[in-house]
Design a protein around this ligand. Structure first.
Ligand SMILES: Nc1ncnc2c1ncn2[C@@H]1O[C@H](COP(=O)(O)OP(=O)(O)O)[C@@H](O)[C@H]1O
Ligand SMILES: [Mg+2]
Length: 321
C-alpha cells in the first residue's frame, strides 16, 4: 500500500476547508485506513475529531448532544448548548491539553524536542480513522529561517512508514502561505482547493497556484519528475443549489483562471459535486456523520458521499495516466 497524500488548501479561511477534509476522511475511513494531519495552528480539525473520538467512545444520543439540530425551530435554538455536549467538549479538551503538554502533536514533526522525540503522536479516533493533532504553538515555527523544514513532514511519513500503513493521508493546511503549507504540499501528491463561490475566490486560487508553481513545481525535483504534485480541482462549498448568480460567478471564476497565463493553471478543474450551505451545520465542531440519521441533513451527507467518490475517481484517473 502506498498512501495517497492529499492537502486541503486555500489562501482564504472560512471556506469549509476543515469541514470538508475531516468529513471526507471520515467517509473514506469506512473502507480504508485514513490518517488526518492537522497542520493548521487553529487546530479546528483536531477539536472536531477529538470530540468525535469521545463521542464514539461514549455512545451519547444525538439529540442529547445537538439539541439545536433536533429542534424544529432552528433560529430559537441555534446557540443552544447541551449539558452532554459541554461535558464532551470538556473531556476532549482535557485530553488535548495532556497531549499538547507532552508534546504529542504535529509540533513534534516541525520542532522535535529531544525529550519526546519518539513519543507516539498518532491518536485513534475510530478503528480506521487516525489523527496527528494540531498545535497552537505551530505558528511560532513559522518565524526565522525555515528552509530546513520544507522536507520534515515528507521525511516523517517515510521514516515512520506511514505511507505504507495508510491508504489515505489527509492534510488540513493553514489558510496562509508559510513553511507549514510548503511542507504539507511537499509531502503530498495531490491537493484540492475548497472554495466558496464568491467574488474573491479566483484571486485566492490564482495566488495559490502562482505560489505552488514558484516554490514547488518549478524546482528540480518536480521538473525532473522525481516528485509529483497534482491539483485535483476546486470543490465549491456552502453553495445554494445552483442559483443563477452562482452559475454566473462560477463561469467568471473559471474564465478568470483560464485567462491568466501561468503554467499549470489550465489544470484547474472543478468538482461536479458541491458542499451545500446548511446554516445549522455550523454548530461548533460537528461531524456530519453525527447528524446523518436526520433527513434534514441528508443533502449534506449525500454531498460528502459524492465528493469523496469523485475524489477517489480523480485519483484513480491520475494513476492511469
Ligand atoms: N455545509 C455547511 N453549511 C454552512 N456552514 C458550514 C457548513 N460546513 C461548515 N460550516 C461552517 O462554516 C465555518 C467555516 O468552516 P471551516 O470548515 O472551519 O472552514 P475553514 O477550515 O476553511 O476555515 C464554520 O463555522 C463551520 O461550522
Ligand atoms: Mg480550518
Amino acid at each position: 500500500m502506498t498512501a495517497k497524500v492529499i492537502s486541503f488548501i486555500n489562501m482564504k479561511g472560512g471556506v469549509g476547508k476543515t469541514s470538508l477534509s475531516i468529513n471526507i476522511a471520515d467517509k473514506l475511513s469506512e473502507r480504508h485506513s485514513v490518517l488526518v494531519i492537522d497542520v493548521d495552528p487553529q487546530f479546528n480539525a483536531t477539536q472536531s475529531l477529538l470530540m468525535y473520538r469521545s463521542l464514539l467512545a461514549k455512545e451519547y444520543q444525538q439529540d442529547e448532544l445537538f439539541p439545536a439540530l433536533s429542534n424544529e425551530n432552528e433560529s430559537d435554538s441555534a446557540n443552544q448548548e447541551s449539558h452532554a455536549r459541554l461535558k464532551l467538549e470538556d473531556e476532549s479538551s482535557e485530553f488535548f491539553t495532556k497531549l499538547s503538554d507532552n508534546g504529542r502533536t504535529v509540533l513534534q514533526i516541525f520542532q522535535p524536542s529531544t525529550m519526546n522525540r519518539h513519543a507516539d503522536i498518532i491518536q485513534h479516533i475510530s478503528e480506521n480513522l487516525h489523527l496527528i493533532p494540531g498545535d497552537l504553538n505551530l505558528a511560532s515555527t513559522v518565524s526565522g529561517d525555515t528552509s530546513d523544514k520544507i522536507e520534515v513532514l515528507d521525511k516523517y511519513l517515510k521514516d515512520e512508514k506511514l505511507n505504507e500503513s495508510y491508504a489515505y493521508i489527509i492534510i488540513d493546511c493553514p489558510p496562509t502561505w508559510s513553511i507549514l503549507t510548503h511542507a504539507s504540499l511537499f509531502a503530498s501528491q495531490y491537493y484540492v482547493i475548497p472554495s466558496r463561490i464568491d467574488f474573491y475566490s479566483s484571486l485566492g486560487i490564482e495566488l495559490l497556484q502562482k505560489k505552488i508553481n514558484l516554490t514547488l513545481l518549478s524546482s528540480m525535483l518536480y521538473t525532473k519528475g522525481l516528485k509529483h504534485l497534482r491539483n485535483l480541482g476546486i470543490i465549491y462549498t456552502m453553495t445554494h443549489g445552483g442559483q443563477v448568480y452562482e452559475v454566473n460567478r462560477k463561469k467568471k471564476i473559471k474564465e478568470s483562471l483560464l485567462s491568466k497565463k501561468i503554467d499549470h493553471l489550465e489544470d484547474v478543474s472543478v468538482f461536479d459535486s458541491e458542499l451545500p450551505n446548511v446554516p445549522s451545520a455550523a454548530v461548533k465542531f460537528i461531524m456530519y456523520s453525527n447528524v446523518s440519521s436526520d433527513n434534514r441533513y441528508s443533502n449534506l451527507t449525500n454531498s460528502i458521499d459524492r465528493i469523496t467518490k469523485e475524489l477517489s475517481e480523480k485519483i484513480g484517473n491520475e494513476e492511469d495516466l
